[in-house]
Design a protein around this ligand. Structure first.
Ligand SMILES: Nc1ncnc2c1ncn2[C@@H]1O[C@H](COP(=O)(O)OP(=O)(O)OP(=O)(O)O)[C@@H](O)[C@H]1O
Length: 247
């Protein structure tokens, strides 16, 4: 049974079809990279799965069950710049906001909520900074706080939007190790990224997206240049294709 299964997803934005006939699966235990050019629809796909956008068509299943309410069982990590870091909240306060879907806006957090927050912060190795105002954190620490916020809901699948952007190489490596260990701890992890070498090295599978899924598979089965040329709209001799050969 797939942790996440998407079939026939279509999304319109501004009167234009942005995603069409998207089929994909992500299993527990695997880290899957969603790659494609600017405007391919990667963010739109994640936002539709979370119920932030309403698809025109398609079905989403989490752990084999059709989701009645989009976002159920899914943890979402938005792009870092989308979060209001100047809001006067501590690290643990931000992570608790991840429980709001389960808490409801007006119920006070209970012991189980605080336990979930502490566990999530431990998981991303941020427990020692739990009382720090989030405005004082580095980019890498902020990324881990957003990850903990998604983990606080104890989701089956994690969806991350460009978590590596703007991080230095060692911090990117730490984060990809963390995502891999979350996957191996039986989460299904789907992350968008523009870091193709990183994705080719780290991910168990890649999904090449440009309005629809052009190709998908483990990196060593995606050696054929044509799907990359079709996805990214590049010609023979593009440096992008050289990356494929180098990895
Ligand atoms: N609110 C909106 N109204 C109309 N069109 C939109 C809206 N948001 C996004 N789009 C369009 O939908 C398409 C997909 O955008 P999306 O942001 O999902 O792509 P992406 O693959 O995440 O791109 P990037 O790599 O640049 O983040 C683009 O053509 C974009 O212009």
């Amino acid at each position: 049974m797939n942790a996440l299964r998407v079939s026939g997803l279509a999304v319109d934005l501004g009167g234009r079809r942005v995603l069409t006939d998207v089929d994909l699966t992500v299993d527990r235990g695997e880290l899957v990279g969603l790659v494609g050019p600017n405007g391919a629809g990667k963010t739109t796909l994640l936002r539709s799965l979370m119920g932030l956008l309403k698809p025109r068509a398609g079905e989403v299943e989490v752990d084999g069950e059709p989701v009645r309410r989009a976002g159920t069982g899914l943890g979402y990590v938005p792009q870092r710049h989308e979060f209001a870091w100047d809001f006067p909240l501590s690290v643990e306060g931000v992570v608790m906001t991840g429980r709001i879907g389960r808490l409801g806006l007006f119920r006070r957090p209970r012991a189980a909520d605080w336990r979930a927050v502490v566990e999530a912060l431990d998981r991303v190795r941020m427990a020692d900074l739990r009382t720090r105002p989030v405005g004082e954190l580095s980019g890498g620490q902020r990324q881990r706080v957003l990850l903990a916020r998604a983990l606080a809901l104890q989701p089956s699948a994690l969806l991350l939007d460009e978590p590596f952007t703007g991080l230095d190489m060692p911090t990117q490596e730490l984060l990809s190790d963390l995502l891999l260990s979350l996957a191996r701890d039986s989460h299904a992890v789907l992350t968008t990224t523009h870091d193709l070498p990183g994705a080719l090295y780290t991910c168990d599978r890649l999904i090449l997206l440009n309005r629809t899924v052009v190709a998908a598979g483990p990196p060593n089965e995606l050696r054929d240049e044509q799907p990359w040329m079709d996805t990214f709209g590049v010609g023979e001799g593009s440096p992008l294709l050289k990356i494929l050969k180098a990895v």
